[in-house]
Design a protein around this ligand. Sequence first.
Ligand SMILES: *Cc1c(COP(=O)(O)O)cnc(C)c1O
Length: 432
Amino acid sequence: MPETRPASSPAHAHAQGPVRGNDYEAHFQGALARLHGERRYRVFADIERIAGRFPIANWRRPDGATSEITVWCSNDYLGMGQHPEVVAALTDTARRCGVGAGGTRNIAGNNSPLVDLERELADLHGKEAGLVFTSGYVSNQAGISTIAKLIPDCLILSDAFNHNSMIEGVRHAGCEKRIFRHNDVAHLEELLIAAAGRNVLIAFESVYSMDGDVAPIGAICDLAEKYGAMTYLDEVHAVGLYGPRGGGMAERQGVMHRVDVIEGTLAKGFGCVGGYITGSAALCDAVRSFAPGFIFTTAIPPAIAAAARASVRYLKRSNGEREAHQRQAAATKRALEEAGLPVLATETHIVPVMVGDAELCKAAADHLLERHAIYIQPINYPTVPRGTERLRITPSPFHDDARIATLTAALVETWDTLDLPRAGTVFAQAAE
Ligand SMILES: *Cc1c(COP(=O)(O)O)cnc(C)c1O
């Protein structure tokens, strides 16, 4: 903010070094030291995915040497990121159209592959329209905040376990909000009764990605209809994966037409990048017209739009990947349970193995990578509550039975070596 700069501090002062004796670096170092102190400092493995060989990847060690590892924590749930039709759509379109979109859609117009993708997504969810954003994160943040701002005196009712992108959308909406207990329709109804006569937006997810549990979508729609509320559903961990055409959990439960706004990502089950909302034509047009997170950022590249559309189209007609995905996820859960590992029971494809301690969780992940060439990123606070740290395992159709057996043996060895808690342990959430 140049207008608030004191006269004694000219604009070029920073070029001559600090003039006020402030040690800004110390703030960053201090913040990192606090993270280290709480054992929350995150290290990302440096890996290179290998098209055609998923889930095998090259791991570049800190010393620069490379070795092959098996990835067990990817959200490219079906391996669509390497699917020949998806890769071909990307490369063909990049050759035809080049790489970048050339600007925001307000400046550079729509690119045709993106228009086609939005039609494809609207059809996937049985809605009038779709609107694509640069990521699922942005679609939630921009979508929820803009929708709620356009509704007079809106009250947002938000599930307690909603993803950070939805929480940010709620915050940016600037309106009143109430949090309902996770998946608790009785609590939601209490809040709806208390809000009688008001405009209400209910924001929730279908598949919660850390515990792998599923929302009672139909029951929430019942309440929304009874009390005149609107529904906004994040299907990020379900699109492509559930429903006869990959429309998500709402499609599978036969309630897709009852949800007002369905949000999804192109980055997980569809294996690309980008996010979207689908809903009524007026709603999507209004968000297009008013959401800063849509207006002021460059559109996704045409090649990405074409790749994502190829992925969506393929998964509309092919069930084999979904069936193999569920089969291998169930086989993984069974094998780990039989080995006495503390698998959290889930109804979905997500396989959390509980550790309950941040340091041990990281130690287990390090041991698996270094000793067994198995990559599973540790999941610690704030992604999950303290005391419920875990390894989050995501089997895909490409994690075959032999790989499951190798994983099971590696986990058992790791649990023995580090003396980690077995099945039957109660993992209590630590008080914040
Ligand atoms: C990953 C995630 C998002 C964000 O999607 P991206 O496309 O990765 O930005 C939104 N909601 C949930 C529940 C997620 O897990």
